[in-house]
Structures are given as structure tokens and as C-alpha cells.
Design a protein around this ligand. Sequence first.
Ligand code: C5P
Length: 242
Amino acid sequence: MPSAGPAPVRGVGAVVVAAGEGHRFGASRPKQFVDLCGMPVLAWSVRTLVHHPGVGRVVLVLSPPRAASPPDWLPDGVLVVPGGVFRADSVRAGVEALAGSVETVLVHDGARPFVSAELVSRVVDGARSGPVVPVIAIEDTVKRMDEGGWIEETLPRERLRRVQTPQGFPAAVLNRTHALDDAGAWEARDAAAMTDDALLCERLGIGVATVEGDPANLKITTANDLALARAMVETGLIAAGK
Ligand code: C5P
């Protein structure tokens, strides 16, 4: 009998957060719904996760009005839930929707369309032993400035990293960091400042490992980022979506 390829890794769920308004983007609709070479920005990563053999369940978090009438491009089986005021609230809604049905949870920003299947696999593998984030080395010199715009300090860049998504977690860890009835988690929580999910682990003293990120896994924040993403598809650097 021919081999059907590697057996699917059971028990991995992905939460894609896309409930933000994207004010920095400056378009009439949030950046994740803007067209990127034939499909919305958000559809790219949702499809990659749905088709990944290691991911068994995908939850998509949308703003309450959008969750009430989900987009027509949504692949079968994707569960849509309404998000909250801050990103952390939206992640929590997605994690709750998985309701303990998986052992490992990936959290991905819908604003990163070009997540590759290889990167998803790296994060899934890493998350079996604990929280893990994909990282990229920093090539620029990085400085911190004061409130007046004057340079205060140059940071040694050797150990600085840019952090991407998907970030991977054993479900039990993510459930704990988002458990608002846990006094420690509640104290560590500052929803407005939580730009990623590893931050709560750091605050609670839970170790976070790293895997190699992907320079092509860009985050679309400004119109410039979208132009770059379109150029990456048009030049063939990223395979056009189907
Ligand atoms: O604002 P930022 O670009 O950091 O948002 C990262 C991701 O979190 C985006 O995909 C955005 O749609 C999502 N988000 C969310 N709910 C919010 C705010 C942001 O799902 N309340």
C-alpha cells in the first residue's frame, strides 16, 4: 500500500486573531480584509493552517459584527468566534473556544499572511515541550530614546530578536495564563500592553523557547507592508494563493 505521508499530529489547535481595527493601516476596512493578489490578507494564513496536516482545528477570531456574518471564503470546519477590545481578549476567546479539546495551541496574527507550512511544523514540534516563539535576528543597530526623542542608549543586538507568530503553547500553559480567576495571571495581565502571548509566560516565570522564524512571514501593518506583500507574490517569492 502506498504511504499516505507522515501521520497527522493529533491534538493541535490554531487560534487566528483578526478582530483588530488596524488604525495604523489607514484604509476603510481593517488590513486583514484587504485584497492581497486575489484573496483577503487573512485568507492566506487561514488556508495554510487548515491544510497543515499537523493542525486539527482552526478557530478564527473576528470582531463581533464580522463574526455574526462570517466571510464567504472561509474554509469548511473553521470555527468563528467574536473577539474582544484588546488582542489578549481576542486570544482568550479563541482559546476558550478550543475548550480543552487539544493538547497544543498555536496563536497566529491574521495580519501575517505568509506563514509557511514549514514554520508551522517547527512551532508545533517546539511546543510539545513548552511555550515557543519564532524569532528573527536584528540587522539594524537598535537604540532607545527618551520621551523627547534624544538617544539614551545603544542596545547590544546580538541577543535581541524580532518575534513572529504563530507562537506555540501546551494548552495547559495557555489556559493558565489566560485564566482570569488565577490571582497570579490576573496580576501579570495588562491587556493593552500584551502585544504577544509569550509575554504572560515571561511575567509568570514560565520559560519560553525559540525556533528560527521566517523573514517572509511579514506582518502587514501599513500600506507599505501591503505593497511589499503584493510584490512578493508578483515576483514569485511567495507562491500565489489558490
Ligand atoms: O494591532 P496589532 O497589529 O498588533 O494586532 C495583531 C493581531 O491581533 C491582528 O491580527 C489583529 O486583528 C488582532 N487583534 C484582535 N483583537 C483585538 C486587537 C487585535 O484580534 N482587539
